[in-house]
Write a protein that binds this ligand. Structure first.
Ligand code: ZN
Ligand code: ZN
Length: 364
């Protein structure tokens, strides 16, 4: 079971620390985490609801259209707003005499902020929460871990089914569609992010939109995919090939796999995100590819596809028990392609429990 009171109380502790009377939560992932309302926003300028949390209570405010849906899902009381919502919420803050209101400055638009200030009047101060909410979702509850394990298992199965009997000439786009169709057919909410299929030279870009290029035998094919299930994202990367790999592909694959193995064996609570990254990076550097691993080792995963903590050269995070992170070293060679291998696991007191079960292509 989720523990919504505990989640709200952890946010309230943040408010108390910063001497705030309330928080206005607009980020869809935090809104879902704290209320249970699954709606997404149609864009940063079209909110599906905001959550007002004060020292004593919480209210989810949403449009009359969304109201019955929100009422069926939300664990906190729901009320309808009148548009524009900023004027409605601003007036409510003023009428309730709320003085200091924390807001997610990374998510609230400048336009919404301005409209809120105007409606709330001079007595209400909007205070940026900064990174206060960044780690709110980082440590997973047992129920969340169970959902994530399910999303990851579904994704593993989809990978196996969609890549079985892969033929030269299949386009990246066709393979991506096969993957997304399998996700839906197996009961996923949908893909958690745009599926990446990057074959041959396209694999030199860590992120890539699957296109019409036909896949050739022997070249690396990076597949980065993840189903969303019960609101939680999976994230899986495998590099595969059709037929025999070229000697270069075999060599690069071995380097990336060794780097990943080193990191998987070292992750545990107390390690910094920076140190975790360095463990994999050293293996890649020793193989002469220090300039070819241009992104961080991994990221937190949950409701968000990229969330706290981060594993990378600039990370200031210290890993703790119950956090879920990806481990995804890669080597990218312009004009040739790339290799990335990504697993997800849980940080434990004395190790790392890998949740991913998709097979890795043996290099020989
Ligand atoms: Zn990924
Ligand atoms: Zn990832």
């Amino acid at each position: 079971m989720t523990d919504p009171a505990n989640r709200l109380n952890r946010l309230r502790a943040l408010l108390a620390e910063r001497d705030l009377d309330a928080a206005l939560i607009v980020h869809p992932a935090n809104r879902f985490y704290l209320s249970g309302f699954t709606a997404d926003d149609h864009g940063p300028d079209e909110s599906s609801g905001v959550l007002l949390i004060d020292r004593a209570g919480a209210t989810l405010l949403t449009s009359p259209t969304n109201l019955p849906w929100a009422e069926s899902e939300s664990r906190v009381p729901v009320a309808g707003w009148e548009r524009p919502w900023e004027r409605f919420v601003g007036k409510r803050l003023r009428d309730e005499g709320t003085v200091r209101v924390g807001f997610e400055d990374a998510a609230l638009t400048v336009a919404s902020h301005g409209a809120l200030m105007t409606a709330a009047g001079g007595e209400v101060a909007l205070v940026p929460l900064g990174d206060a909410t960044r780690s709110l979702r980082a440590v997973k509850e047992p129920a969340e871990l169970a959902l994530m394990a399910e999303a990851i298992r579904l994704t593993d199965d989809v990978f196996v089914a969609a890549t079985a009997d892969l033929q030269p000439g299949t386009s990246e786009r066709a393979l991506a569609w096969r993957i997304e169709r399998e996700m839906r057919e197996r009961g996923a909410d949908g893909p958690a992010f745009q599926t990446i299929v990057a074959a041959g030279p396209h694999g030199a870009r860590p992120h890539h939109a699957a296109g019409d290029r036909p896949i050739a035998a022997g070249e690396p094919i990076i597949i980065d995919m993840g189903a969303r299930l019960g609101g939680y994202a999976a994230d899986l990367t495998r590099t595969v090939w059709i037929g025999e790999p070229t000697p270069r592909l075999r060599a690069v694959y071995t380097v990336v796999e060794s780097a990943q193995r080193a990191a998987l064996g070292a992750l545990r609570a107390g390690l910094t995100g920076k140190a975790a990254d360095a463990i994999a990076r050293e293996v890649i550097t020793a193989a002469g590819h220090e300039r070819d691993f241009g992104h961080g080792l991994g990221h937190g995963l949950g409701i968000g596809v990229h969330e706290a903590p981060s594993l990378g050269t600039t990370s200031a995070d210290i890993l703790s028990e119950g956090q879920v992170v990806t481990v995804e070293p890669g080597v990218y060679l312009p004009g040739w392609g790339g290799v990335r291998i990504e697993d997800v696991g849980v940080i434990e007191a004395d190790g790392f429990r890998v949740l991913t079960g998709a097979p890795k292509t043996p290099p020989d």
